[in-house]
Design a binder for this molecule. Structure first.
Ligand SMILES: Cc1cc2nc3c(=O)[nH]c(=O)nc-3n(C[C@H](O)[C@H](O)[C@H](O)COP(=O)(O)O)c2cc1C
Ligand code: SF4
Length: 782
């Protein structure tokens, strides 16, 4: 036991003893004297404690008796209010809970203070010597990488130090940040931990006990280490003895990470890393080291951890899932579309012919006075004009989503980054989930897409439908023609990538994000062109696709079956989707609310085109089931459409309800969301109908978690086993060998067998991940 533990329990015990004396005993001269003596001792211990926490006092931390409404200001961040909880009972100590305010989900980016130096402290513990060796190697790597930095950066970072947790005085480092030796030369600290796990009593237990006690100590702030610049933990373990995290793999590193999050007020600088000392330690450690190095550079150049989604450190480190405003991305969510602006309504009545007449010269409407961090828009008019109309083309075009428009505000509020004037990128719920080891979307189960390496984007936020289940929140531009300035594809490509990476980086401090997945996420491998809007509306979609493929990023493109000419002209994509939202004209009109008068003919033509493409590309029908709209009595109709288009796959998915007050405006409610059993009933009926017609389809896979089932053509069944996954490597090889117009078939890049857990009847949840409910609580396998 270390000296500190004795000291703490003694102090608290004394206070209770004194109270008892006062309240429960008749006073004798002796007891009064003893009490006075104890009060003096208690006072001294208070004094000692506060003296040991100079940063807290300096920053105006209130004592329990002098509660103020101020929180100590964290360096370069605003002072934050303290929440004072009312006394719950008349006895017991008064508790004051201080929590750093969540600054709108973002950490402030500030300027470094040239006066201050950064000190990296590497704490480690080691029983059998592995971590000790690792720690000194890590120190050398860190020092060497600092040597490579430019002079200014080097100057601001002091030589990193390694500290053995068996030797350090916890009071010195884990009640408040250490005091600098020279008060005139202030130092800010970054704590790094290299920690093996032991299921026996070791120094790790003492450390954890200390961290917990500090957090729960009513006399000091719950986050007394918030003065640190940040912290990060790397755990060492052994999968041979402790194969999974549930079995205890690296459990103490996880605990230290959790308690440090609370004590620092969510200053997790980099996700928790974990390595198996017998297998992947070197690889995992080197990923974590790279990440930590980048963060250190960021701190040295900006003075803070930069932008970040709030991490952890809430009172209960609750594995908090951002519930507010978080929808299932890439799943259909019901939103009120009735709130179209008058302008938009007017636009609907305007030109409604298709984009056929490309290539007229257009006068860019770019406002020169605007700060331009983007390349100039392409001076080409892609507007289509009615053949019947004698109207002259307009001489200028506007931006689709100008910065000052309500659409821009609405989209950015929903988490989109707007790139240029008509493109958007957003990280989806599944990307976040995969970063935290909580499962990827159905595209992983079916096609092998790891969600944390997937970018969801669109080069056109505008669309020519107003589907009742669309989640555009009623503000997106709609139109049948491209009436806007066109941004060049390279601008969009670099912009969406930057936007995506920036959003991934903001996940750095979120509890549960795994260092390994975080590192992998910094390389986009897939692109889902399925965000709001209609991607093939963008006149340079083929050029944009070529850029994706050039960086070996696969493309899943979803279109709304309203632009047959663009669909016909589309070059190779990894997987080509057409939304099939209804099986007949009336139903389609009701659900998609298309702007094109000849929407049904366009739809039919798209199916013909898809049929033609089926031996060249992986073609998919995407059905979104909305009860009361497109399910009842439509099985035959859908089977007709499958017979017409003969897609490689049919994805059937229940609509997702986003629960906003605006949903009702589109005439939808929770009652329109089918249960999974209803989805599977429909799938079985459709499957039976397709079999009856001898079309060669079968139910291949499912992802019950997102209410999605996959029917596949027998072309993707080999020796009785489904092969719905994709060989991405082969796809790129084919593209590179034969070009985007080259000849090959979808079977040429058919991937390995669909994993057993993903096949029909097995649920489709990756057993390596943890299933959690919406509150982040773990769901045990049935
Ligand atoms: C007695 C004992 C208990 C251990 N308990 C765990 C454990 O609960 N979880 C884990 O992941 N690894 C466990 N390990 C593995 C060690 O954490 C791992 O070997 C580590 O690399 C040892 O680091 P060190 O040599 O620096 O002490 C245990 C090892 C021993 C010898
Ligand atoms: S495909 Fe990509 S963008 Fe779409 S839900 Fe899955 S991970 Fe998200």
């Amino acid at each position: 036991m270390n000296g500190f533990q004795g000291y703490r329990s003694g102090a608290i015990g004394s206070s209770e003893g004194v109270l008892e004396l006062w309240h429960n005993h008749r006073l004798s001269i002796l007891s009064v004297a003893a009490s006075i003596l104890m009060l003096i001792l208690l006072g001294l211990s208070w004094f000692r404690k506060h003296e040991a926490s100079p940063v807290i006092l300096e920053r105006g931390m209130p004592s329990t008796k002098t509660a103020t409404t101020e929180q100590p200001p964290v360096r370069e961040e605003k002072a934050v209010p303290l929440r004072v909880t009312p006394k719950e009972t008349t006895d017991g100590p008064r508790r004051i809970k201080g929590e750093p305010r969540k600054p709108n989900g973002l950490r402030t980016v500030s300027k470094p203070n040239p006066e201050r130096r950064i000190q990296v402290l590497v704490f480690y513990s080691s029983l059998t010597g592995t971590t000790e060796k690792i720690a000194s190697g890590f120190l050398e790597t860190l020092k060497a990488s600092l040597e490579e930095q430019d002079f200014e950066l080097r100057e601001s970072i002091l030589e990193p130090q390694v500290l053995d947790l068996a030797q350090v005085d916890y009071d010195e480092y884990f009640i408040s940040p250490p005091k600098p030796e020279d008060p005139n030369s202030p130092v800010d600290y970054l704590y790094l931990f290299l920690l093996p796990s032991y299921n026996i009593d070791t120094i790790n237990e003492n450390l954890l006990e200390h961290l917990k006690e500090t957090h729960h100590d009513f006399r000091i702030d719950t986050a007394p280490l918030s003065g640190l610049l940040g912290y990060s933990v790397f755990g060492l373990g052994d999968r041979e003895g402790w194969p999974t995290e549930e079995d205890g793999f690296c459990f103490q590193a996880k605990e230290v990470d959790k308690w440090m999050a609370k004590l620092t007020g969510r200053k997790r600088a980099y996700p928790l890393g974990m390595g198996d000392s017998k297998r992947d330690l070197t690889e995992r450690l080197s990923e974590w080291t790279d990440g930590v190095r980048d963060v250190l550079k960021l701190i040295a150049s900006t003075g803070s951890l930069g932008e970040g989604v709030p991490g952890s450190g809430d009172a209960d480190e609750s594995d908090y899932e951002e519930a507010s405003g978080e929808e299932d991305d890439d799943v259909e969510v019901m939103i009120d579309e009735s709130a179209l602006s008058r302008k938009q309504k007017k636009a609907r009545g305007g030109n409604i012919d298709d984009l056929e007449d490309l290539g007229r010269i257009m006068k860019s409407s770019q406002d020169d006075s605007k700060p331009s961090n983007k390349a100039a828009p392409i001076a080409v008019d892609f507007t289509t004009y009615s053949k019947r109309s004698s109207k002259k083309p307009p001489q200028s075009a506007k931006e689709m989503v100008p910065k000052e428009s309500p659409t821009y505000k609405s989209l950015t509020k929903q988490g989109y980054s707007i790139v240029g004037s008509h493109s958007g990128v957003k990280i989806c719920r599944w990307t976040k989930s995969a970063l935290r080891g909580r499962g990827s979307c159905y595209k992983f189960s079916f096609y092998g897409i790891a969600s944390h390496q997937c970018m969801e984007t669109t080069p056109s936020l505008s669309c020519s439908n107003k589907c009742v289940f669309c989640w555009r929140h009623g503000t997106n531009p709609v139109g049948t023609t491209w009436r806007w300035v066109v941004d060049p594809p390279d601008l969009i490509f670099s912009g969406v990538k930057a936007g995506h990476y920036q959003k991934i980086k903001m996940m750095r401090g979120v509890p549960g994000v795994r260092a390994e997945r975080f590192a992998e996420a910094m390389r986009i491998r897939h692109c889902a062109l399925s965000l709001v809007g209609e991607p093939i509306f963008y006149p340079y979609i083929n050029e944009f696709l070529a850029m994706l493929h050039g960086e070996r990023i696969s493309s899943f493109l979803v279109c709304n079956a309203q632009h047959p000419d663009q669909l016909a002209a589309l070059k190779a994509v990894t997987q080509l989707y057409v939304s099939i939202d209804a099986s007949n004209k009336e139903s389609l009109r009701k659900i998609d609310r298309p702007l094109h008068r000849d929407f049904w003919e366009r739809f039919q033509r798209c199916l013909d085109i898809l049929r033609e493409k089926r031996f060249k590309q992986r073609t998919v029908f995407r059905l979104t089931l909305v009860k009361g709209f497109n399910v009842d009595d439509e099985v035959q109709g859908y089977a007709d459409l499958v017979e017409k288009g003969l897609p490689c796959f049919v994805e059937i998915k229940g609509v997702t309800y986003c629960g906003t007050s605006t949903s009702a405006g589109a005439g939808l409610s929770m009652a329109n969301v089918p249960f999974y059993a209803e989805v599977t009933d429909f799938v079985e009926a459709l499957d039976a109908e397709l079999r009856k017609r001898g079309l060669g389809y079968g139910i291949a896979a499912e992802h019950a978690h997102s209410c999605c089932v996959l029917i596949a053509s027998e072309r993707f069944r080999v020796d009785g086993r489904w092969h719905t996954r994709i060989d991405y490597q082969r796809f790129f090889e084919l593209l590179e060998e034969r070009g985007a117009d080259g000849e090959w078939t979808p079977e040429d890049y058919m991937g390995p067998e669909t994993p057993e857990w993903a096949t029909w009847g097995n649920g489709g949840f990756d057993p390596r991940d943890d299933r959690v409910d919406r509150k982040g609580r773990k769901i045990e396998a049935a």
